[in-house]
Ligand binder design. Structure first.
Ligand code: NAP
Length: 280
């Protein structure tokens, strides 16, 4: 049976470390402030924003909340971002995605000051990551690296296969695994013979958004399996992209859903808020 990689426990440890750091900063008179912007009333986004604000409260980071109606125009949103860019009291800016369809997400991401881009989605952050320079790293892939490091999983020289090539998970994940000296293969929906490729992985990272897609026959014996997916099964229950029940019998280590990658994302957002002080 595979070792369970406990994201809940590891993320709690990270948040406690951040809490201690924030306290030390406060004693020196420095406060960390995150501005959280939500446009519209998407229920999933409301839950994510609430969880981010709760995490801020726990670690002692001040959060400023901007909840705008769904009819907010792109110009109005860009004006708010500009105002936050110029506010010296704001260290990080997070605009919750997805935005309503009349707003160009790329334009909003590009408008955020790269020094306050705690989500790591700005082209400057993405560029810095790909050439190995200091900068913000997208929270989910950064959290996966931290999960593996703190679980004692060796990445150097391993063959890592990533399923999915999105800008927020698959692509930055590939860059981070290269940084850890893994040999990286990125696959996607046009990949031929996916199973043959995933079966070669020492580390298999799956981010496709398809419930229980990866079954045991996609996995090499004793591989490390990281499941990024947040999907719902036929009964409406939260599950991942990996069929946990069958894969745990083959894998050497595996992340559960929930309680694996998910909690790490918010912990890394808190960590990025501290990075903002270094980049200031
Ligand atoms: P996305 O933007 O929809 O990208 C999905 C990727 O998977 C695309 O690159 C797509 O290929 C690929 N793909 C789809 N079907 C495939 C198949 N049958 N075989 C191989 N590749 C396939 O998704 P995302 O934003 O990366 O999110 C992926 C999953 O992770 C979702 O369940 C999401 O909810 C979850 N997620 C979780 C967290 C967290 O904090 N735990 C954070 C972010 C995302 P093409 O490029 O060819 O279309």
């Amino acid at each position: 049976m595979a070792m369970l990689i406990d994201g809940k426990k590891i993320s709690s440890q990270i948040k406690d470390e951040i809490k201690a750091e924030v306290l030390t900063l406060k004693e020196k008179g420095e406060e960390v402030t995150l501005a959280v912007v939500l446009v519209g009333e998407d229920p999933a986004s409301q839950v994510y924003v609430r969880n981010k604000k709760r995490a801020c409260e726990y670690v002692g980071i001040k959060s400023l909340s901007f909840e705008l109606p769904a009819e907010t125009t792109q110009e109005e949103l860009l004006l708010l971002v500009e105002k936050l860019n110029h506010d010296p009291a704001v260290n990080g800016i997070l605009v919750q995605l997805p935005l309503p369809s009349h707003i160009d997400e790329d334009a909003v991401i590009k408008a955020i000051d790269p020094n306050k881009d705690v989500d790591g989605f700005h082209p400057m952050s993405v560029g810095a990551l790909s050439i190995g320079q200091k900068g913000y790293v997208s929270c989910t892939p950064a959290g996966i690296i931290e999960l593996m490091k703190r679980s004692g999983i060796e990445m150097d020289g391993k063959h890592c296969v990533i399923v999915g090539r999105s800008n927020i998970v698959g692509k930055p994940m590939a860059m981070l695994m290269l940084r850890e000296n893994a040999t990286v293969t990125v696959t996607h929906s046009h990949t031929k013979n996916l199973k043959e490729i995933t079966k070669q992985a020492d580390i298999l990272i799956v981010a496709i958004g398809r419930a229980k897609f990866i079954t045991a026959d996609y996995v090499k014996d004793q591989a490390v399996v990281i499941d990024v997916g947040m999907d719902h099964d036929e009964n409406g229950k939260l599950c991942g992209d990996v069929d946990f029940d069958s894969v745990q019998k083959v894998a050497g280590a595996i992340t559960p859903v929930p309680g694996g990658v998910g909690p790490m994302t918010i912990a890394m957002l808190m960590k990025n808020c501290l990075t903002s002080l270094e980049l200031k």
